[in-house]
Design a protein around this ligand. Structure first.
Ligand SMILES: [Zn+2]
Ligand SMILES: [Zn+2]
Length: 96
């Protein structure tokens, strides 16, 4: 079922073939759409990722259910320069 607001799939699905995290036990998992992504950055107020962290989402392009791990929000912190984004190039010194 697609969310009318954002167009992403949302709702409960029966996972029987290891969808999402590879767990082969038949179970119901909840697919979260973009509107349910409330993980915001404390610094700029922007969303940490496209979808909700630690939740399942349906990737239309891939045609399968994905699990968005919490650490995928870390990339946003790097946008603020929290981690070195540039590789320091070694300087080559000419011999005298
Ligand atoms: Zn939505
Ligand atoms: Zn931010």
């Amino acid at each position: 079922m697609r969310c009318a607001a954002c167009g992403w799939f949302a709702g409960d699905i029966l996972a029987v073939a290891g969808e999402g995290n590879g767990d082969m036990t038949p179970r119901v998992i909840r697919i979260r759409c973009k509107c349910e992504n409330w993980n915001r950055c404390a610094r700029c107020g922007g969303p940490l990722a496209d979808g909700r962290l630690s939740a399942y989402e349906y990737d239309v392009a891939l045609g399968k259910v994905l699990y968005r791990a919490a650490y995928s929000g870390l990339g946003h912190q790097y946008d603020h320069g929290a981690a070195p984004s540039r590789v320091v190039q070694p300087r080559v010194r000419a011999l005298p």
